[in-house]
Design a protein around this ligand. Structure first.
Ligand SMILES: [Mn+2]
Length: 389
């Protein structure tokens, strides 16, 4: 008989037999998950942080426009917090602009709240950040809340602390990291539980969405998918992952096509004025234009909501690191915050127009915005090319 494979339980340290082996002792035991010890250590530290906050009130923050990865991660963080009698509320600040994401939140019955002026965020004891690069609150609080957990897969920027911090650039989605916590904790997903099925489905959708349907997935993303698979609500997954492009996004893509300028492997396209609720169209236009033959990097930008130049970068280039590239290009504002940042294949930037946003001559305003971005980008491409030669 094959020896019974064992694995250390994450919490108790006891050796427990793998259930797959129990069912069929003759089969070769499956290899233990890669980095099993690391995963269990991380989970223990997450549990310690939550234990230390038992009974408290936790604010889980989604920054920027909520997307499938941040929404699922926030729900997973709430699931874990609740196991420690922590009263957790999820809050977001920017409009859920993508119609698919609005449908997602609705069909998940996710219980997300949008921030409104006058909300008393100071009534919370702790804050958790998911799927974001820095722990800055979009609104000012009289006393900043201590950061309980910080979980993300963007490039590390450092300079802050949290009771539990886990940043992994080699994860295609923050949802994969949460799936790993669930798999290795005693508070993982349960079969035949509708709420857990929704959470599993949300996480799977988050991973698919951030990895371009596993095209850009890493080992952790595939492991997460394997763990989530038996818990999924397949009908729900089909509904929420239905890809559609809105008429206004089509229009933004069309403007991008009309205005594109290509230099070598670089494509730059200004799409003019874009409504706040259509901001995601800029990213989708960049996704689309990146498929242009011979193009390795695409940057699409527009003036969003009349008050900021907003842009998205997509790249398959080996030499362009979106985070470094955008940070070098745009630098920081007066309080030292970067105008842009990103992760492995994508990035974004937002440059507030300040007083210029009040300019009534929209053509003049767009001309200034467009010229500034074009000059900066082309200067940078020139410098990069010289450095390569
Ligand atoms: Mn993400």
């Amino acid at each position: 008989m094959a020896p019974v494979a064992q694995r250390r339980s994450a919490l108790t340290g006891e050796h427990v037999a793998l259930s797959a082996v129990d069912r069929n002792a003759d089969a070769t035991p499956p290899p233990p998950p890669l980095q099993a010890t690391e995963a269990s250590t991380r989970v223990e530290r997450m549990m310690e942080a939550l234990e230390g906050a038992r009974g408290s009130r936790l604010l889980i923050v989604i920054k920027g426009h909520p997307d499938p990865d941040s929404i699922a991660s926030a729900i997973a963080q709430r699931h874990l917090a609740r196991a420690f009698d922590i009263e957790a509320s999820i809050i977001f600040f920017d409009e859920i602009s993508h119609p698919e994401n609005r449908a997602l939140v609705k069909s998940l019955d996710a219980g997300l709240a949008q921030y409104r002026e006058g909300m008393d965020l100071g009534a919370f004891d702790f804050v958790s950040f998911v799927d974001t690069q820095t722990p800055h609150m979009p609104v000012r609080l009289p006393t900043p809340l201590p950061v309980l957990t910080f979980v993300d897969h963007h490039k590390t920027v450092g300079g802050f602390d949290a009771r539990f911090m886990d940043i992994r650039e080699e994860a295609g989605a923050t949802s994969s990291m949460y799936a790993e916590y669930l798999e290795n904790s005693p508070f993982g997903l349960r079969h035949n539980n509708p709420e857990d099925a929704r959470l599993a489905t949300a996480l799977m959708h988050g991973i698919r969405s951030d990895t371009d349907n596993f095209l850009l997935a890493w080992a952790i993303d595939f492991r997460a998918a394997a763990y989530l698979r038996p818990f999924l609500d397949n009908d729900l997954l089909r509904i929420i992952s239905k890809q559609s492009v809105t008429a206004r996004t089509m229009e933004i893509i069309q403007r991008g096509l009309n205005n594109k300028q290509i230099r070598g492997t670089f494509l730059l396209a200004g799409v003019g004025f874009v409504r706040d609720e259509d901001r995601d169209g800029i990213g989708q236009a960049a996704d689309f234009l990146l498929r242009h033959e011979g193009v390795e990097t695409a940057v699409v930008f527009g003036i969003v909501n009349g008050d900021a130049v907003d842009g998205s970068l997509r790249t398959v280039s080996h030499t362009v690191d979106p985070d470094t590239w955008l940070k070098q290009l745009f630098g920081t504002d007066t309080s030292g915050r970067h105008f842009g940042g990103g992760r492995r294949n994508k990035g974004g930037f937002r440059i507030p127009l300040g007083l210029f946003g009040r300019c009534r001559d929209r053509d003049a305003l767009w001309a200034i915005g467009k010229k500034t971005i074009e000059d900066l980008v082309y200067e940078k491409i020139g410098v990069d090319q010289e450095a390569e030669d």
